[in-house]
Ligand binder design. Structure first.
Ligand SMILES: Cc1cc2nc3c(=O)[nH]c(=O)nc-3n(C[C@H](O)[C@H](O)[C@H](O)COP(=O)(O)OP(=O)(O)OC[C@H]3O[C@@H](n4cnc5c(N)ncnc54)[C@H](O)[C@@H]3O)c2cc1C
Length: 404
């Protein structure tokens, strides 16, 4: 029997679901309702304009580890549709992809416009109606159907898929349906740190630092980049994601401990001692002992523990060696805010996952009401995982809808 499906939100999840539904059920009327004058705006700017659409992690148990929120719930859905399926889905529809060294997957064209054009052309060909500049104010249950109240008139639907992305305003839209929104806070951001050690060395990076929020269990490792405003790079972004709620609570004022080498005190101390023995006449500041610490950062570390340009290794006493070790393995910084990471940012929070049946991506409160993408309390670190959540949710919702 023909059904009317309304998809609220013309973004990644909305278009992916629309195509999957329309390809399989030409008898269904599928409408995408979008508040802005343009659809797919986030896809367009994603991945620095290249759209990092998934990741070459092909084990569901490993994949869920990249999700600070929603990992547990996504395990089942990923067993149904995940990264490899995403690749096949796009490639079989004529979009070649490429895997980069760090496992991120992009369209081979290196342009997000390829994905945007594909979504728009395909939905057009399949007869999906796309209504822009229609802000959905609320969705109401009307007997066995739904009424979608928009800024430009109301719509009746048999099936609704909510795919509006994540924002606190969604509470007004879905609260009449009895759904609960976990308050949203930003995730994936860089740290503002105003510190003399960093001021002169923006652009310097180390390949494997450990960053920890002082006196808290949040700790991450990976490459770290010093920026004009503080610190960025994968280690910082991962920390911002896993500690997103705590950092919002403390208004982004916190003490950060950095281990520039991710090595123990003992190991660093013994390597320093070895170097001292081998190079007693060398000035300490002139060359980094560790290949992973660039000379300019080494110089800042030395200056911070009062090792100036005259001190040679032979003059360095036990006390100074200990100070130097501490500054390498547990340097303290005061973060005083956050900045946006322009390549990708997301919101933590959204529809409470307890209210969703993840076998169908359906509301446990109302049959025929589905959710996909960032509207759910799911988010991931960078690397294509946020889109993967959108594709997986949209695919499973579409499958449930077409089997309806
Ligand atoms: C700058 C940037 C770069 C990113 N890069 C990447 C990347 O490379 N890889 C990755 O995996 N993730 C990336 N992300 C995250 C990714 O874009 C999102 O996780 C993904 O777009 C979520 O898809 P969605 O369909 O749930 O929401 P969206 O794509 O945000 O789509 C939601 C749509 O709903 C519309 N909408 C909202 N409210 C209403 C309403 N009331 N009525 C009607 N319409 C409404 C919005 O206008 C929007 O078009 C990036 C995010 C940003 C901000």
């Amino acid at each position: 029997m023909s059904k009317k499906v309304v998809i609220v939100g013309g973004g990644a999840a909305g278009f992916f679901a629309a195509i999957n539904i329309a390809e399989n059920r030409p008898d269904y009327e599928v409408i995408i309702i979008e508040k802005s004058d343009q659809v797919l705006q986030k896809v367009k700017i994603s991945g620095g304009g290249r759209c990092n659409l998934t990741n070459a992690c092909f084990d569901p148990k490993e994949l869920v580890k990249f999700y600070p929120r929603g990992g547990k719930e996504l395990l089942g859905p990923f067993n149904q549709f995940m990264t490899g399926d995403t690749m096949e889905w796009f490639e079989s529809r004529g979009i070649p992809l490429k895997i980069e060294d760090d496992n991120r997957i992009f369209p081979a064209s290196n342009s997000s416009q390829t994905i945007v054009d594909f979504f728009i052309d395909t939905t057009q060909k399949l007869g999906v109606k796309v209504l822009t500049q229609h802000r959905v104010a609320t969705v109401l249950k009307k007997d066995n159907q739904f009424e979608i109240v928009t800024s430009k008139g109301n719509f009746i639907a048999d099936i609704v898929l909510m795919a509006t992305g994540s924002n606190n305003r969604m509470y007004q839209v879905i609260s009449p349906l009895g759904h609960n929104i976990i308050h949203t806070v930003p995730s994936l951001f860089t740290f503002e740190i105003n510190d003399n050690r960093l001021k002169t060395i923006p652009g310097i990076s180390v390949p494997n630092a450990t960053v920890q929020i002082k006196n808290k269990e949040f700790s991450m490792d990976g490459p770290l980049l010093i920026t004009h405003w503080g610190m960025s790079g994968p280690a910082i972004l991962k920390l911002s994601a896993f500690a997103a709620r705590y950092l919002a609570e403390v208004n982004y004022y916190f003490d950060l401990e950095v281990n520039w080498l991710s090595k123990s005190d003992e190991l660093v101390m013994s390597e320093l001692k070895e170097f001292k023995l081998a190079h007693p006449k060398k000035t300490m500041i002139s060359k980094s002992v560790f290949p992973e610490i660039p000379n300019r950062l080494w110089e800042q570390i030395c200056l911070f523990v009062n090792i100036d340009s005259k001190i040679i290794w032979a003059d360095c006493d036990k006390n100074q060696l200990q100070k130097l070790t501490n500054e390498i393995t547990k340097a303290n910084f005061k973060a005083t805010g956050k900045s946006t990471f322009k390549e990708e940012f997301v919101m933590a929070g959204g529809v409470d996952l307890k209210e969703i049946n993840f076998k169908k991506m359906e509301s446990k409160i109302h049959p025929n009401l589905f959710f996909a993408g960032e509207i759910l309390n799911i988010d991931a670190v960078t690397g294509g995982f946020n889109f993967q959540n959108a594709w997986t949710g949209a695919y499973i919702a579409a499958l449930s809808i077409i089997e309806n």
